[in-house]
Design a protein around this ligand. Structure first.
Ligand code: C2E
Ligand code: MG
Ligand code: MG
Length: 563
């Protein structure tokens, strides 16, 4: 037959294979000599130099499998030109062996023989149509969703892990970023074709040792054995390179989550869930599209999950409540105002402080809902004081920077003061200091021109605070707790605080110190000319009823003094 390169053993394997399976088509391709030898079946005509190129351009591969088949051809070519470590690859395509046949699913196995430079020199190819049993299994694999039939996939994974007891295992999950938008923009059929393309690509890319499946809509999972962690990244990069960034004109980006198996006895589902968490952890991250799972990530994300699951109901069930932290005049001890701070009274988890949900809400956009709720609660409280004949004090509410550019904050504030008929000076707003990346100044100016008092929150906690003072439109600086406690520690720091206060007053800004925790701090602030303070030294944020009581006591005391 003139087939070089094949050893006795190889030939024996070959003849045994063929003898065992007469239904399949087998051929040998000596690519160095551009020669094909048909061993069984006659799919490839005599004299064809490159059987893969022939199949690719023939009508034997169904259109829906052509993209994947093209990828296989490209891999074969790269094995010939650049070399390969692979000795065998396999993939499934919809094919037929003659033009009058129907297309059927066909499993193609390619055994690769390479020279000393690892360049492929010849290939032994087997093409076998699926039997009914295979078809059924494949169909399940194709369609299965995570809650339907993960057993087959789990079995494949287990088999692979058993065959690789010494190697490490990685669960790699990926999905198409914003797939829903692609579906909406290009139509579901196009979306389906993209998914099929991804699945076909995996079929070509993954060896038998790398089981994969489509889990749900656009979520795929591949499980691979590896020795060095760099192999995981290499695998992902290779996958991305082969799949590309667009298909049928649809541009897409894949996002990966990786879980390296630490406990082989754990259920495959656990590793899968961890890979999901890792993937979700980097959603929306423009720079990185590969997330790795670790224990802390898990805690953070579970936390985020339950917060996100519960948040909408929480509004409906009125679980967000407003606490008020009094603001005091240091000299007289009088309550001069309050800051509205959100608390989540969760039915099972108890009171959740804002640092556990505000950052999550800022990320997912829910903060706007929460803030509007707090603004409204503050207005209702002021209205109630007025109606009950209690001397009202201004309440400051927090405005998050997240929606400054997209939501009409000024309009909403005006609407609220009108709805609750509130003297405008009683509703104040706090925005965190920062360089002016979000046009904060514009919003602050507009709010001021309507008559609202604007407070720069957390002053001294970021950069370029002094620089900002040059142009800031704010009325009041709230000195940050960290700035106060840290700078109070040294003579030099105390001087900086003192000068910051006197300089601010000089240019017409009012000052309030927040996070005042000791009498010494209060005294020092007073000596610097700062007369307003808020902090645990005076009072923690308290429920509204408690605040009312304090206001009431103050009023009674005032009356007594007058008499
Ligand atoms: P913030 O606006 O700077 O509020 C002041 C925070 O400092 C409050 O924490 C308050 O309880 C705390 N604090 C006050 N005095 C002291 C003190 O003497 N010592 C210490 N250690 N802490 C003190 P809280 O209520 O946990 O709020 C934390 C942050 O969460 C707030 O910082 C604010 O940025 C955000 N936040 C709270 N409620 C809302 C809201 O309704 N909307 C928005 N956007 N953010 C909110
Ligand atoms: Mg604040
Ligand atoms: Mg603050």
């Amino acid at each position: 037959m003139g087939i070089n390169f094949w050893s006795e053993d190889d030939l024996k394997l070959l003849t045994d294979t063929i003898a065992a399976d007469k239904e399949s088509a087998h051929f040998l391709w000596n690519c160095r000599e551009s020669r094909v030898v048909q061993l069984c079946g006659d799919v490839i005509p005599e004299g064809i130099g490159d059987p893969f190129a022939y199949l690719n351009s023939s009508k034997f591969v169904k259109e829906t499998s052509l993209a994947a088949f093209g990828m296989l051809c490209a891999r074969i070519n790269s094995f010939i030109e650049d070399g390969t470590e692979e000795s065998r690859i396999a993939a499934d395509f919809s094919m037929r062996f003659s033009e009058d046949e129907d297309y059927r699913m066909c499993h193609m196995t390619v055994v690769i023989l390479s020279d000393n430079d690892k360049r492929a020199v010849s290939f032994f190819v087997t093409m076998r149509f699926f039997r009914e049993k295979h078809m059924a299994e494949r169909r399940i694999l194709d369609n299965f969703t995570s809650d339907k039939s993960p057993e087959i996939f789990a079995r494949h994974i287990k088999r692979m892990m058993d065959c690789n007891p010494e190697r490490e295992i990685a669960f790699i999950q990926f999905d198409v970023e914003r797939f829903k938008i692609i579906n909406d923009a290009y139509g579901e059929k196009a979306g389906d074709r993209l998914l099929k393309y991804l699945k076909d690509s995996l079929t070509v890319m993954c060896s038998d040792e790398q089981p994969f499946a489509r889990l749900t809509a656009d979520v795929f999972m591949v499980v691979i054995p590896f020795d060095e962690e760099s192999e995981i990244i290499d695998f992902i990069h290779k996958l991305e390179e082969n799949i590309g960034k667009s298909y049928e004109g649809i541009e897409f980006r894949l996002v990966f989550g990786v879980c390296i198996v630490e406990d082989r006895t754990a259920q495959t589902r656990t590793h899968g869930d961890n890979a999901t968490l890792a993937r979700q952890s980097i959603k929306g991250n423009a720079l990185n599209n590969i997330g790795f799972y670790n224990g802390k990530l898990k805690n953070d994300l579970y936390h985020q999950h339950y917060i996100e699951d519960d948040m909408t109901n929480a509004i409906l069930n009125n679980e967000f409540v407003m606490f008020l932290q009094p603001k005091y005049n240091i000299s007289t001890g009088e309550i001069i105002g309050a800051e509205a701070l959100a608390r989540w009274m969760h039915p099972y988890k108890g009171l959740i402080p804002p640092n556990q949900f505000v950052p999550i809400f800022e990320k997912n956009g829910f903060i706007l809902k929460l803030d509007q709720l707090m603004w409204e609660k503050a207005c209702m409280k002021i209205r109630a004081w007025i109606d009950e004949g209690i001397e009202p004090v201004p309440i400051s509410v927090n405005i998050s920077r997240e929606y400054l550019n997209t939501f009409d904050v000024v309009g909403k504030f005006n609407e609220l003061v009108e709805k609750y008929r509130i003297p405008i000076h009683l509703l104040e707003a706090e925005i965190t200091e920062s360089y002016d990346a979000d046009n904060t100044s514009d919003v602050v100016r507009k709010m001021k021109s309507c008559g609202f008092t604007m407070l720069m929150d957390d002053f001294g906690s970021g950069f370029s605070s002094l620089n900002m003072l040059k142009t800031t439109p704010f009325d009041v600086l709230k000195i940050d707790r960290g700035f106060l406690s840290e700078f109070m520690e040294s003579e030099r720091g105390r001087k900086i605080i003192a000068h910051t206060i006197s300089m601010s007053r000089d240019i017409g800004l009012n000052i309030i110190a927040e996070g005042v925790e000791t009498g010494a701090q209060a005294k020092f602030l007073q000596s610097c000319g700062c007369d307003a303070a808020q902090g645990f030294y005076y009072s923690k944020p308290i429920p509204v009823e408690e605040f009312d009581r304090q206001l009431h006591e103050k009023a009674v005391e005032g009356e007594r003094k007058k008499k």
